[in-house]
Design a protein around this ligand. Structure first.
Ligand SMILES: Cc1cc2nc3c(=O)[nH]c(=O)nc-3n(C[C@H](O)[C@H](O)[C@H](O)COP(=O)(O)OP(=O)(O)OC[C@H]3O[C@@H](n4cnc5c(N)ncnc54)[C@H](O)[C@@H]3O)c2cc1C
Length: 485
């Protein structure tokens, strides 16, 4: 949502570094000197801070994608949940013409999902306390990262049942999009493992919700792309995990052979984690790598032959590695550190993540790979793995209507000049997939119109609109995905 006229009014009369103290409803202007307007309304007192410095605004106008840049008017570093309510209420009460409000979890969005032109971005990282860890759940602030929660639960022999591949992501941000990883075939997505939420609605109400208490808001907020409220706390499930993990990889020359084995493993449940990748083959084209993991107690390693003996990979390519559960869950961290050290983290990431109907997966994935070169990927991985549709229950996580669904992701790294072409490719891939009954993952970078969003939510669209009207009637929350433009 871009409001250039309002933006000019905000910025009139002060530099971005000025300290804003008040708002004038008649002039529709922010003031660094409250006496400048007779009707100046002072900003509410805050436990935290409202930031206006160019560096803070610039950081909030960027994300991991480094493709879109929408500069907010201010960034709220809340010192308390009350601060979020104060600012939301202030904006609401004075009909402040902000571009909207958005939340930054850890800014791993790739296509402006957490940005808001001329609005207020709430940086949830300043609310990151782990409040309780119980036998089967933990109560955490939305700004907590999964890696921090896991570090706290590991000494107790516990873990969230499902985790993303990269766990340096915020709990609020991942719960707003879904959160998928190699345990999805058994445990669903991260959103399927939440017991309660606390959510601040666009009217500034703090609502504790669960499947039985204010269920409409609970189900809407999970996978709701920040449209219905600001998730401030979550009570997430924990399960007991043995301390060790044996991680296997092996290569296949044919995609269909890897997929057949992945589906067998998903059905018989012999592993705790199943994923797969397409890797550049020597001489061009692709080969396929399965990745499966078995959890085990120290001193009781799994039987390799029993786990892998009947699989169809090339036997000489099998590898097995033993890791602690924490190091397995955090296995991407060394790669991330390396990518940061060579500057690749700062390059654009025109990612596309898709959910492919199982019946179409082999032919669709193969046809996309046939048209994808290693150069298109810039060294980024291609993910391919199945999960069961029935394991995902969040109503606004749009998925194909088939029992088996594949995650298929092209996680590209690209030099800036290549971005328009790769976004066009993402769009073409999406359109083919859509016509086959597939869906995009909302965390990815696919140019989307409001009509696309309606199509994306399909039969759930009327409920989406109804709940938006109920919890955010002025449509100020999270304009980045442009669902209601
Ligand atoms: C290296 C990398 C690896 C990844 N691996 C995976 C993976 O394995 N599986 C997977 O599912 N995803 C993965 N992702 C995608 C990731 O889950 C999403 O980008 C997710 O949104 C990231 O969370 P974040 O904390 O960075 O959220 P942000 O990008 O900051 O926010 C995401 C969206 O949620 C909104 N939001 C943020 N916090 C809140 C809140 N508290 N309340 C309401 N709305 C909020 C934002 O406004 C925005 O619209 C990966 C991303 C990267 C960059």
């Amino acid at each position: 949502m871009t409001q250039p006229q309002n933006r000019r009014a905000f910025l009139a009369g002060f530099t971005a570094a000025s300290v804003i103290l008040a708002f004038s409803p008649s002039a529709r202007a922010w003031l660094s000197e409250p006496e400048a307007a007779a009707d100046a309304v002072p900003l509410p007192p805050l436990d935290g801070q409202l930031l206006f410095a160019p560096d803070d605004l610039g950081a909030a106008a960027d994300d991991f994608g480094h493709i879109l840049h929408h500069t907010p008017f201010a960034v709220l570093l809340p010192g308390s949940i009350a601060d979020i309510r104060r600012i939301v209420r202030f904006a609401h009460a004075h009909r402040i013409p902000i571009g909207g409000m958005s939340m930054i979890g850890n800014t791993h969005s790739v296509y402006g999902q957490s940005q808001v032109e001329a609005g207020i971005v709430i940086n949830m990282a300043s609310l990151a306390a782990i409040h309780e860890i119980d036998e089967d759940c933990a109560l955490v602030d939305a700004g907590v990262r999964w890696v921090d929660l896991l570090a706290a639960t590991t000494p107790l022999g516990k873990s969230p049942p499902a985790l993303t591949d990269h766990i340096d992501l915020s709990i609020g941000g991942t719960l707003s999009v879904g959160g998928i990883g190699g345990q999805a075939f058994r445990h669903g997505m991260l959103v399927d493992n939440v017991l309660e939420l606390e959510v601040v609605t666009a009217q500034g109400r703090l609502v504790a919700c669960s499947p039985t208490r204010h269920p409409a808001l609970f189900h809407a907020a999970l996978g709701g792309i920040g449209q219905f409220g600001i998730i401030t706390r979550a009570r997430v499930r924990l399960v007991d995990v043995p301390g060790m993990v044996r991680r296997y990889t092996a290569l296949y020359s044919a995609l269909v052979d890897m997929m057949a084995d992945q589906e067998m493993l998903m059905d018989d449940g012999r592993f705790d984690y199943v994923e797969g990748f397409a890797l550049p083959a020597e001489g061009g084209g692709w080969m396929y790598q399965i990745e499966a993991a078995k959890y085990y107690a120290p001193g009781q390693p799994p039987d390799d032959a029993a786990l892998t003996g009947d699989l169809g990979f090339a036997p000489s390519t099998l590898t097995a590695e033993d890791l602690t559960h924490f190091d397995f869950a955090n296995r991407i961290a060394p790669l991330v550190a390396f990518l940061k050290s060579i500057g690749a983290w700062e390059l654009p990431h025109p990612w596309i993540d898709t959910f492919v109907p199982g019946s179409q997966a082999a032919s669709f994935i193969q046809s996309v790979l046939d048209q994808t070169t290693a150069d298109d990927m810039g060294g980024g991985p291609i993910l391919i793995y199945p999960f069961k549709r029935a394991a995902v229950t969040a109503p606004f996580v749009a998925l194909p209507d088939e029992p088996t669904v594949y995650l298929f992701s092209l996680l590209r790294t690209a030099p800036p000049p290549a971005v328009p072409d790769l976004l066009a490719k993402n769009r073409a891939i999406y359109e083919t997939l859509r016509d086959l009954g597939g869906k995009r993952y909302v965390a990815s970078g696919v140019p989307f119109t409001s009509a696309d969003w309606q199509d994306h939510f399909g039969a759930a669209w009327p409920a989406f609109v109804h709940l938006k009207h109920r919890f955010d009637p002025r449509r100020v929350l999270t304009p980045g995905p442009a669902i209601f433009d």
